[in-house]
Ligand binder design. Structure first.
Ligand SMILES: Cc1cc2nc3c(=O)[nH]c(=O)nc-3n(C[C@H](O)[C@H](O)[C@H](O)COP(=O)(O)OP(=O)(O)OC[C@H]3O[C@@H](n4cnc5c(N)ncnc54)[C@H](O)[C@@H]3O)c2cc1C
Length: 338
């Protein structure tokens, strides 16, 4: 076990810890491998009056400048499951895609649509990750957190997590009060493929589709559509899909012709693909110095070389202003700006 002094490094370059690959220095950095290490790192920050930023795989953050506080890189490992019950628990530092693969290998089905989403298990509940018609919330039973305010470990049931579209109770509190330690899920031993997402359904043979086929197809589609951060720095979708009133949606359709949409739980609200708006505004493939927009997906901002966080941010601000003036819709970043 490491003591606090050896666990905490000073002046650490964060380029390798964020999928944009942008440079930024952290004044202090802790690679956290246990609850004890987390507690000691947080105590260190309290003693020095440092702000704390919790970090997983860094695939949904943009470092806009150097960070003067302590970065806690959550690296607690471990997966276990109870055979026959469908219950599986994973620690926060596990890689999400490897966790999905573990489930597949143990005939635990449900998350094959979420294969290849980058990042860690601990971050997955923060924005309730989702893709191809499935969201994390569907199979989550509870998560275990450290409540920093009370220095106590507690569990949140699925209902207490208040999951919504790319959001949860944890995303609403910016102070990082709760640090996710592990998450528990109940998956199914039966093959119940979710093919609600049309592009996925169209890419699969019928009938008798197996979970492995869904998993393989999702991986293939994702590889063909999204750039691999190891080759081209990016954080996936930069903006959330905006939700507008039905009146606003109708007005948009009369001005711009057919506008694609997704239903929401509220019949008065409509979700519009941000990628469509950005594509219509001509952003696909555009560059602003070393920052750019991926040529195959207008929602993905990329670091084409030596971009700094502020280059990406300036491009994002320009894109968002253009959507506001052209469509009267404000785009909200999905990525956390640090
Ligand atoms: C190519 C690409 C494709 C993507 N596709 C999708 C997609 O299809 N669907 C989707 O939903 N997302 C997608 N994303 C976004 C990203 O994969 C997810 O948001 C992922 O959950 C982030 O995990 P992370 O460990 O990298 O989190 P980080 O980027 O490290 O952190 C994200 C947020 O979570 C907080 N956090 C991290 N770990 C913890 C913890 N243990 N406890 C408390 N807070 C924590 C951080 O403080 C931060 O606010 C994609 C990203 C990329 C790069």
């Amino acid at each position: 076990m490491l003591n606090t002094a050896s666990q905490i490094q000073q002046q650490v370059q964060l380029a390798a810890y964020n999928s944009f690959g942008v440079p930024a220095m952290a004044a202090y950095f802790a690679d956290v491998r246990s609850l004890g290490e987390l507690r000691r790192a947080l105590e260190f920050a309290r003693d020095k009056n440092l702000s704390v930023q919790i970090l997983g795989g860094g695939t949904n953050v943009l470092f806009v400048k150097d960070y003067a506080g302590l970065i806690c890189h959550m690296n607690i490992q471990g997966i276990s499951h109870l055979p026959e019950s469908g219950m599986v628990q994973a620690s926060c530092g596990e890689n999400w895609h490897e966790f999905v693969s573990y489930c597949m290998n143990n005939s635990l089905y449900g998350y094959e649509n979420l294969a290849l989403i980058p990042g860690s298990v601990g971050a997955a509940p923060i924005q309730n990750i989702g893709a191809y018609g499935v969201e994390l919330a569907q199979f989550l039973v509870e998560i275990e957190v450290l409540d920093r305010e009370r220095d106590a470990v507690r569990n949140f049931s699925r209902a207490e997590c208040e999951f919504g579209y790319r959001g949860s109770v944890f995303k609403q509190q910016s102070s990082h009060r709760y640090v996710v330690l592990s998450a528990s899920f109940k998956l199914s031993a039966h093959n119940l493929p979710n093919l609600d997402y049309q592009a996925l359904k169209a890419a699969l043979p019928e009938p008798g589709i197996t979970p492995q086929q869904v998993y393989d197809t999702v991986c293939r589609i994702r590889r063909s559509r999204l750039p691999d951060p190891a080759e081209l720095g990016n954080a996936g979708s930069f903006f959330k899909n905006p939700v507008v009133s039905r009146d606003k949606y109708d007005a948009l359709q009369s001005e711009h012709g057919k506008v694609p949409s997704y239903a929401t739980e509220d019949e008065h609200l409509v979700k519009i693909p941000a990628a469509w708006l950005l594509d219509r505004a001509g952003w696909k493939g555009r560059r602003r110095g070393p920052a750019g927009v991926y040529e195959r997906h207008a929602l993905v901002l990329v670091n084409t070389g030596e971009a700094r966080g502020e280059d990406i941010l300036l491009l994002a601000q320009e894109m968002s202003s253009s959507i506001l003036s052209q469509f009267g819709i404000g785009l909200v970043p999905e990525v956390q700006l640090i």
